[in-house]
Each structure stands twice: as structure tokens, then as C-alpha cells.
Design a protein. Structure first.
Length: 552
């Protein structure tokens, strides 16, 4: 039996090596049109920035090492140009000699990944994507060839774009980041994206949202807002789209998402052909719909699932939560599941929780604050998604929540998780536990909340806004129209409040909850501003018009 694997990076190599472990007799041929296989593509931006100093460390395996350890026939610079399912033949071109041949198969695994979605930029400047080793070679060579201060334009504020920005800044390159959407990192909700914008600007990045690059030539890029910025190099990071050309020409079903349609064993509409990685559809863990998730971890796991199916040991691929994380200077941004804006667009009922916990016990030196957003189904208390932005500890908390979602735990049950605690690692009430407490309070009706973007409507309908922070905090910054009545004075002075609905708030929500409980028991109709003043400030910052900046 013979399996042909098209694509030699994450999904393809996972399928090849797993299949060899399961079946020593299987003939396995891997065709990779690039020059390298099994390279660390997630490390590419950090080689550009010098964080990873050795280029060789990106090359995890070679055709020779794979042949020696796994008896794989790996052929680089070989492009599969078409598949003939009727004859069970793939047509292959050796790109080094431009010669073609036919390769028979019993099974095929398509692992071609995704291709960069280039914008509509007309450019005569050096313009590169950041997808493979050849890309970083071109970028580093271009940077080294330019005398004096270098300025780059990065098109796209997603994961790859942000990693490119950070590493270019690390090399001393001036950067303009151009984002078509209204805020950086489109999967984030806008109030959660506000700290990302702030940290970029603190590091001197010229950020342009709601903007595209019209053209780039003669050392300048013309932007859609009519401004010009200096440019020596353009990095295209506008996103990716599934590579489905082989699948489409072979008559395989392409799903509604644009990826190759597969079953839970990664089998396509042709039972002899499997598809894994960024080019294949996934099943969304929230609503079981076909979706696209471009993550190396999923590619590896689904490559393994395809190998199991070919070897007769089928294991169903798990639905995708879309758990992801990225570092931007001092910030870590992580997310899992659906965002609030996606839930709103789908018309799904949801409950929103914002907290601002510390990474570990506040009295222990070095604690860092994070913003945590939890999205909950109010009908059954299931967790629909989470977003966390902060410093240390973000990765730990998103992994706990992702595991809870995979295990079917409710939002309220997060309060009961027994998590490792020592002052330098966490708090006795961990950030995840605290989110669970809030979820339980909302689920049981112990408290009611108002979101930052709902506040104006509540006030227009006659509510009174009560700031329960200290006078010093109030003087340092407050929401227009708020009445300052500190929490410690509330019990004695609550009669000063009008007999109208109340919205109370503190800095991050915890004192607001205490005030809500107190005032409710004293006969007031009261809700807490979820996430407090800090969340309101972050949300309002995203509504302000971006400042214009032209670099001559």
C-alpha cells in the first residue's frame, strides 16, 4: 500500500510520521513544493527580529533525517499539479528540472495549508509575505541591503502582522501598521483590543485602522486616507485563505467556509483522499458548524487522525475551539471560542463578564494585571468563549478555560476548580475562580450587570450612575455625570440617592458588586457596571477617531 502526502510541514509531517509508527510496511511519499520540510513556521518572525539567532534551529527535520528515522521518501521542490482520482494517480513536477511524472497512490493526504491573501496593493517596493523560510531569507537580505534608517509598512494587524511589527521594531526598523478593520486583532472584541493599540503606540508604531494601502513606489506608500508614509519594505500579512486548488480540480467537495470538506476522520468526499491542516474545514465546538481555524496544533492533531484512519485505527478528530495566543511587546493576548461580536452577529443569547485580576497574589512582588472577558450562555451556563489580555499568567488562564470548555464544565463551576496556588504563581482565589464567582452570581440572580456599551442607554432611560470609588480615584478620572459616593459611606448615605434605577461602578467591578448587594438589600433597583471604570475606559478608547500621522 502507498500513501502520497502533499505538503511537508505541520499536518503533512504529522500524518507521515504517525502513519509510519502504525504501519512499517506502508510506502510513504511526501511531496513539498518548497525547499524545506518540517520547519518551524511559527518561529519565522522571531528569526527576523533576532530573537532566534540561528536559522538552522528553524529546520526541525531534513529529507535525509526523515528517511533515516522514519523511512519516508521526502521530495522537496516537487509540486503536485493535479490528482486523477479515477486512476489513483497524482501528477508531479520536479521544480528543479521542470520535468513531470505520474505517481500512483492508494491514499492521498492533502496538507497544502493556506496561501497568503495579498491585499490590493500596487507595489514596486520589495513586498513579502511571512510564510516560509524563503520569505525570511528575502526579508533579512532586504533589511541588510538598506543603508540608514529603514521604514517598513506591515499590512494586516492579525497574529502574523503583530509578530512582524514587534520583531521589526526589535531590529530598529520604523513601522507603520495598516489595518483594514476598525481595530487591531479582528477576532478580539474592541474593548479588549484597546490595550494592544496602546502598547503598539507606546513602542512607536504608527497604527492606521480602517485603512488600506493603495500603492507603494519611490520610497512612499499611499494610503486610502490620502496620506503618504515612507517605506523601504512591505510585509503582507492580510490573512490567509485555504489552498484548495488541487481539491477543486480533483472534484472534491469544497465546504461553505471555503475549506476542503472532511468528515470526523479527515476523509474528503473521495474515500481515498484525506485533507488536514489550514486547507481543511474544522467542526466548530460551539455550534458544530464547518469553520476554518488556522492553527499548527490542530494541523498536527488532524494529521494524526488521518494517519489513524488510513491505518485502520480511526480516532475522531475533536471539534475546534480556536484557542490561540500571541505576544506583543509586554502584552500577551489569548482567546478561545467565540467573541461577543460573533455571538451578536449570529443572534445567539449570551452573558458577558469582565474582570481585571492579578497574575498572582497582589502582596507578592511583580504581580501584573490582566483583563479577562468570559462569554456565557445564559440558558445553560455553558462557556461560549473567553479573551484575556495582560502580562504574566495569561497563557495559564486561557488554557484552564479551554480545558474547561472541552470538558463541558459550566461557567459557574470555574469557581470550584482546585488550581495550584502559591503567592508567586497565583491567588487563593485564582483569576479563573473569580470569573466563576461572577458567573454564578449572575446565573443565580445574586447580581445584575450593565455592559460598558449599554451605559449610555441606561442613563438616557433615567438611571443614576454612582461611582463608589474613593474621592481620590474619582478626581483622577470619572465617567461624565457620575455621582461619587464611596463604598464605605454607602450604608449611611444611601438615602441621598434618588428613587430611580441605579448603576454603580468601581475601578474593576469587585467593589461595585459589593455596593450592588448592599443597595439591593436597602431597597434600591441597582445594577453593576461590568468590569468597572477600567473596562469603560478601554471600550470608549476604541470609539475615538484615530489620530492622523504622516511620516515624511
Amino acid at each position: 500500500m502507498k500513501t502520497v502526502i502533499v505538503g511537508g510541514v505541520a499536518g503533512g509531517m504529522s500524518a507521515a510520521t504517525r502513519l509510519r509508527r502504525l504501519d512499517e510496511s506502508m510506502e510513504i511519499v511526501v511531496f513539498e513544493r518548497g525547499s524545506y520540510v518540517s520547519f518551524a513556521n511559527c518561529g519565522l518572525p522571531y528569526y527576523v527580529g533576532g530573537v532566534i539567532s540561528s536559522r538552522d534551529s528553524l529546520l526541525l527535520q531534513t529529507p535525509e533525517s526523515l528517511a533515516s528515522r522514519f523511512a519516508l521518501d521526502v521530495r522537496v521542490q516537487h509540486e503536485v499539479t493535479s490528482i486523477d482520482p479515477a486512476r489513483k494517480i497524482v501528477h508531479v513536477t520536479d521544480l528543479r528540472t521542470n520535468t513531470a511524472h505520474e505517481e500512483p497512490y492508494d491514499f492521498v493526504v492533502l496538507a497544502g495549508g493556506a496561501v497568503a491573501s495579498r491585499g490590493e496593493t500596487t507595489s514596486t517596493m520589495p513586498s513579502y509575505t511571512l510564510r516560509n523560510v524563503d520569505d525570511v531569507d528575502h526579508i533579512t537580505e532586504t533589511l541588510a541591503s538598506i543603508d540608514g534608517h529603514v521604514h517598513a509598512v506591515v499590512v494586516g494587524g492579525g497574529f502574523i502582522g503583530l509578530e512582524a511589527v514587534e520583531n521589526l521594531i526589535g531590529r530598529g526598523v520604523g513601522v507603520t501598521l495598516v489595518q483594514r478593520g476598525p481595530h487591531i486583532l479582528s477576532p478580539l472584541d474592541r474593548e479588549m483590543a484597546a490595550p494592544v493599540l496602546a502598547i503598539l503606540r507606546q513602542h512607536g508604531v504608527d497604527v492606521r485602522t480602517g485603512t488600506t494601502v493603495a500603492s507603494a513606489s519611490d520610497g512612499f506608500a499611499l494610503l486610502s486616507d490620502g496620506s503618504r508614509v515612507r517605506v523601504d519594505l512591505v510585509i503582507e500579512a492580510s490573512g490567509v485563505r485555504p489552498e484548495v486548488s488541487l481539491a477543486r480540480s480533483a472534484g472534491l467537495t469544497i465546504g461553505q467556509s471555503g475549506g476542503i470538506a472532511v468528515d470526523r476522520r479527515q476523509r474528503t468526499s473521495d474515500p481515498a483522499i484525506f485533507a488536514v491542516g489550514d486547507g481543511a474545514e474544522k467542526i466548530d465546538a460551539i455550534d458544530a458548524s464547518p469553520t476554518l481555524v488556522t492553527m499548527a496544533g490542530l494541523a498536527n492533531r488532524h494529521g494524526r487522525a488521518a494517519a489513524d484512519a488510513i491505518a485502520g485505527q480511526p480516532e475522531l478528530a475533536w471539534p475546534a475551539l480556536g484557542t490561540s495566543i500571541v505576544g506583543v511587546f509586554e502584552l500577551t493576548i489569548a482567546m478561545v471560542g467565540w467573541s461577543e461580536k460573533r455571538l451578536v452577529a449570529a443572534g445567539r443569547p449570551h452573558r458577558v463578564i469582565h474582570t481585571h485580576p492579578a497574575s498572582h497574589a497582589g502582596y507578592y512582588p511583580g504581580a501584573e494585571t490582566m483583563a479577562l472577558k468570559l462569554l456565557v450562555n445564559p440558558c445553560d451556563d455553558s462557556i461560549l468563549g473567553a479573551q484575556i489580555v495582560g502580562g504574566a499568567g495569561v497563557d495559564k488562564r486561557i488554557d484552564v478555560i479551554a480545558t474547561a470548555m472541552a470538558g463541558g464544565l459550566t461557567a459557574s463551576s470555574l469557581a470550584d476548580l482546585e488550581l495550584a496556588y502559591a503567592p508567586q504563581y497565583g491567588s487563593a482565589k485564582d483569576a479563573v475562580n473569580m470569573a466563576g464567582y461572577v458567573a454564578d452570581n449572575l446565573a443565580t440572580g445574586m447580581t445584575r450587570s450593565v455592559q460598558w456599551h449599554e451605559l449610555d442607554s441606561a442613563l438616557e432611560h433615567g438611571a443614576t450612575l454612582v461611582d463608589v470609588r474613593t474621592p481620590g480615584e474619582f478626581a483622577a478620572g470619572s465617567i461624565p455625570g457620575a455621582v461619587n459616593l464611596p463604598l464605605d459611606d454607602l450604608r449611611l448615605r444611601h438615602t441621598e440617592l434618588d428613587d430611580r434605577p441605579l448603576v454603580v461602578h468601581c475601578q474593576v467591578g469587585q467593589r461595585g458588586h459589593t455596593a450592588t448587594r448592599l443597595l439591593t438589600q436597602l431597597g434600591h433597583d441597582v445594577k453593576n457596571l461590568d468590569g468597572g471604570y477600567k473596562t469603560w475606559v478601554a471600550g470608549m478608547a476604541t470609539l475615538d477617531r484615530e489620530p492622523e500621522l504622516i511620516l515624511a
